[in-house]
Each structure stands twice: as C-alpha cells, then as structure tokens.
Design a protein around this ligand. Structure first.
Ligand SMILES: [Zn+2]
Ligand SMILES: [Zn+2]
Length: 262
C-alpha cells in the first residue's frame, strides 16, 4: 500500500514538473520572439524557477521577471531597469496602500488629468520633475494597463523610480502572449526614456548610488531600522517596501524569501 502511494505521488509530481516545464518553454518562446527588438537574452528557467528575459535599452540593462503567485504573494510581471535615480517617484493605484503616504514623505501630487489623478496615487521627491516625466503617452499606457484586468479584477499597476532603478509592475502574469507582453515592455521603455529625458533635475549618479552602502532601503531610500533582509543578496528592505515590490528590489536579484533584520 505504501509502495502504491509513493508510486502515485511520483506520477503526480512527474506530471506537475512536466507541466511547469512546458509552461516555461512556452514563455521562453514568447520572450525569444521579442529578443531581436531589445537585444534580448532569454534564461529559459528551470524546474524551480521561472524563465527570465534580459534586455538592453540605450545601453542600460533591464530584465523581465514573473511570479505566478503563491499563498503569501500575488502574481506579478515586472520590468526592471538598472537606472538608479536620486529622485524618487512612485505611482500606484489610489487606495492601494495608505503606507505610501509616509514612504517618501510627500503627499499625493496631481497631474491635472482627472482620470489619471483619480486612479493613481503619485508620490515623488520632485513634483516638477514628475509632472514632466508622466507624459500623456505614459499616463494613457498606465491607465490602460490598470483597466486591462477587467472591471472585476483591476490590475495593481505600479511604477517605481529610485535607488533600485526603474520598475514597472503589474499584478498579473503577462508573459503568455506576445500581444500582452510587448506593450507592457514598451510602456516600461517609454517610462525609462521619459525619466532619462526629464530635464536637468535628474540627478543620476550610478557610482554614488552603488557605493552608498549602509542600511538604506533600496525602494524608498530611507534608513531601515526594523525590516526584512533578502535571503539571496542580504539587502535590507522595509517590510512595506518589500511587500510593495513583491520581493527584492536589487537589480538582478531574484530573492523573494525574507529573513528578519535587526
Ligand atoms: Zn523602504
Ligand atoms: Zn536580493
């Protein structure tokens, strides 16, 4: 009886593994179909990790990662560009989290477009810069992405610019079809270009950010007294900031497991 039980378990886990391998393969193919457009390189994934897509835009490395969701973490797709900025900008759906209010220290700024202002909470360390960066094209793209989940399940769309780079995230897996992945990456690229072109106020000093060290949260740039530490790279984050991004904010780090920091 035990032998039979083990046999059944072996078959079921065998089926699960081959299903996830087939899914990884299909997703890697979607990535591959876009590789030519952004100097892409596909990491096909493995039994225990999802495929990953690395791209280059204007010489800057970016990566597309996904999480299919688990008990503690909702699904997401993320585009992350390694473009650290001293200016912080965070765009998240209104009512998404009230803690946003204290994360950067400013209030919700208004852009002057009713639809966008009602839908998104905009928090920044430089309102003038943010208004310049959030171009009509970018605003339309973010609104469209927000609505793309349908009225019953609107997607959590977040745009984050700061020490950890530029991150566009959506609370869905968008990599199963080229037709949904391509506009998502296009939107992230548009955001990157808008931020890079956003006037002389942009104080990006990559080396200075990298050598900064210390115990500053890479998401909001504030000191971390009590928080969580990425078990992969050891970087401390605020609990809220970690939750907001759904994992480690360090470029290239796939860490999602946390340990308590002192
Ligand atoms: Zn933080
Ligand atoms: Zn990490």
């Amino acid at each position: 009886m035990i032998v039979l039980g083990l046999f059944v378990v072996a078959i079921i886990s065998g089926i699960t593994i081959s299903q996830s391998q087939a899914r990884n393969k299909a997703r890697a193919e979607v990535f591959q179909s876009l590789a030519g457009r952004w100097n892409g390189r596909v990491d096909p994934g493995g039994v225990s990790y999802n495929p990953r897509f690395e791209i280059r835009v204007d010489g800057l490395p970016g990566q597309i990662t996904l999480h299919t969701g688990s008990k503690n973490q909702s699904a997401y797709t993320r585009v992350h560009f390694n473009w650290p900025s001293r200016i912080h900008l965070r765009v998240a759906p209104e009512g998404f989290s009230t803690w946003l209010r204290r994360a950067i220290g400013g209030g919700d700024i208004q852009i002057g477009e009713a639809d966008f202002d009602q839908t998104f909470w905009i928090e920044t360390s430089d309102p003038e810069w943010a208004r310049e960066v959030l171009t009509p094209v970018l605003r339309r793209g973010l609104l469209k992405l927000r609505e793309s989940g349908g009225w019953l399940s609107q997607s959590n769309v977040t745009l984050d610019v700061g020490r950890s780079g530029l991150i566009l995230g959506v609370s869905r897996v968008l990599v199963d079809h080229r037709s949904s992945l391509e506009p998502f990456i296009e939107l992230a690229v548009a955001a990157l270009k808008a931020c890079r072109g956003g006037g002389p106020a942009v104080g990006v000093v990559l080396a200075a950010v990298e050598t900064k060290g210390g115990s500053e949260c890479p998401v909001c740039g504030h000191a971390v007294d009590q928080g969580i530490t990425c078990s992969t790279c050891g970087t401390p984050h605020h609990g809220d900031c970690w939750k907001y991004l759904g994992g480690c904010a360090i470029f290239g780090c796939q860490g999602r497991v946390k340990s308590r920091a002192g």
